[in-house]
Design a protein around this ligand. Structure first.
Ligand code: ADP
Ligand code: ASP
Ligand code: MG
Length: 462
């Protein structure tokens, strides 16, 4: 069997939904279809949730009505009138649940209520797609993803429980596949041990697809999106970025973790465990070959560097211990404070009694700064970005790090995290220079000059 996941960019409008239905219909193997909310819907739902509770008895917010209307308008493509009416009923019920949740809590909504609201996007889109598929003669059944995807209770960023999900998938999904039916469910959403709705973090439908693929022993996990595959850089930053035909699992994981939005970082782990290839394909151009992520790339097309990723919102902490402090104790104390504040250091470097590290911007940083300031001098620089070069070749080619640094001569670099046996080389730069740094590194690694230099060096086996 195969899992096909369609992101919001693939189901942004009616034309997109039609294309998706065509791709699902053309796949001859038993299949599970995982779909994200229509583009922009999760953002709109979370904005509604942030606006807070509504007054009982008042009409539901206009923004909610607009979202409902968007789905009702898309449902007009369904030819069978009875099926359309029953779908519309479900779409209204989902909106009704959002309205009730908004009314239920006075003031600020809890993380649990926010998840309840955010889940509406995938409930709407999956109901819609299942009905569209049936309307085209595909024997599709809709399942509530919350009954299949089991997670912990970390609302907003829940982690899947693979054992519980495997049990549920075997019980609830497999019998349909055995009968030749196509199972459609929403990505991104799940439920915790108490049955409360959870979400897997932004972009989490990729992760849903990978977990379901692993639980059902899929032969392939297909991630259908709006670009031709994983590219050498974000095409919004580097318009001439190229498709990478093959990536190792490690490269895809590191690119995703470093901010390449095309894949959620939680996608690769479940696939690696069962050695399932992950294909990234363009739903707007289904004939394009896309990218295949697997354990081993063919050596012949293995460039030293696979691609670049960029992440904004980095904050640099420089912590200087008082003169007579014991350095080991100082470092242990700083990392202890980080753990207490539940803040993860991304890049870190120690020079004498000066420890520098970067973290992602969050509201917890003020507290961290205060507690560190009690025993050390602390300087914080906000508005930075990390630009990361990823490639299996970095593990073995010591020239690459120095070469790359040279390409950034006119960029202010605050910190460099060299590969040190890993496949990543990261630069911390001003947020305003992130695009420039990405372009410079891209030109360096993927421009004509690099191709000439690379041709003179032996290729590295992946
Ligand atoms: P979906 O709705 O399919 O989940 P996303 O918006 O989450 O789509 O991811 C696709 C987008 O990721 C692309 O449109 C592209 O702008 C962005 N992106 C960032 N880095 C990369 C990369 N290295 N390769 C391809 N796309 C990338
Ligand atoms: N709809 C969710 C989001 O916008 C999940 C996803 O798109 O994968 O984050
Ligand atoms: Mg996505």
């Amino acid at each position: 069997m195969v899992v096909l996941k369609f992101g919001g960019t693939s189901v942004a409008e009616v034309e997109g939904i039609r294309r998706v239905a065509g791709i699902v219909a053309a796949e001859p193997r038993p299949r599970v279809v995982v779909v994200s909310a229509l583009a922009g819907v999760t953002d709109a739902l979370l904005t509604l949730a942030s606006a807070g509770a509504t007054i009982p008895g008042n009409p539901p917010p206009r923004a909610l009505d607009a979202l409902l209307r968007r789905h009702i308008a898309a449902a007009a493509m369904i030819r069978d009138r009875a099926a359309r009416a029953s779908l519309e009923h479900e779409l209204y019920a989902i909106a009704g649940h959002v309205a009730a949740t908004l009314e239920s809590a006075p003031g600020r909504l809890s993380p649990r209520s926010r998840d309840d609201i955010a889940a509406a996007g995938e409930l709407w889109s999956s109901r819609l797609l299942a009905t569209v598929l049936r309307d085209r003669g595909v024997p599709a059944v809709w399942l509530d993803a919350r009954h299949v995807m089991h997670t912990n209770s970390h609302h907003g960023n829940a982690a899947p429980n693979l054992d519980a999900t495997r049990d549920a998938a075997t019980r609830l999904v497999k019998p349909h596949l055995d009968r030749g039916e196509v199972v459609v469910l929403g990505g991104f959403i799940g439920s915790d041990p108490g049955g409360a709705t959870t979400t897997l973090g932004r972009g989490g439908s990729d992760c849903s697809a990978a977990v379901l693929g692993a639980c059902l022993d899929a032969e392939e996990i297909q991630i259908w999106t709006d670009v031709d595959g994983v590219l050498t850089a974000d095409p919004r930053v580097v318009p001439h970025a190229r498709v990478v035909p093959h990536l190792s699992y490690g490269e895809a994981h590191d690119l995703a973790s470093a901010g390449a939005k095309v894949l959620h970082p939680g996608t690769i782990g479940p696939a690696v465990d069962r050695a399932i290839p992950v294909a990234v394909r363009n739903s707007h151009r289904p004939t394009a070959p896309g990218t295949v992520v697997s354990a081993r790339r063919p050596a012949a097309d293995a460039p030293l560097v696979a691609g670049l990723a960029c992440r904004a919102g980095a904050v640099l902490f420089e912590v200087v211990a008082h003169e007579r402090a014991d350095v080991d104790e100082f470092v242990a104390r700083v990392f202890g404070e980080l753990e207490l504040a539940r803040v993860e250091a991304v890049l870190a470097d120690l020079c004498g009694n000066r420890l520098v590290f970067t973290v992602h911007a969050s509201e917890r940083l003020d507290g961290l700064r205060r507690s560190l300031s009690k025993s050390a001098e602390v300087r914080v620089t906000e508005g930075l970005a990390t630009v990361t070069v990823v490639g299996d070749g970095l593990i073995t080619d010591p020239h690459l790090a120095a070469d790359a640094a040279r390409a950034l001569r006119d960029v202010r670099v605050h910190l460099v995290a060299p590969p040190d046996g890993k496949r990543t080389l990261a630069f911390l730069v001003d947020g305003a220079q992130a695009a420039l740094a990405t372009s410079r590194l891209h030109d360096y690694f993927f421009g004509a000059a690099r191709r000439r230099a690379a041709a003179q060096r032996p290729m590295v086996q992946a």
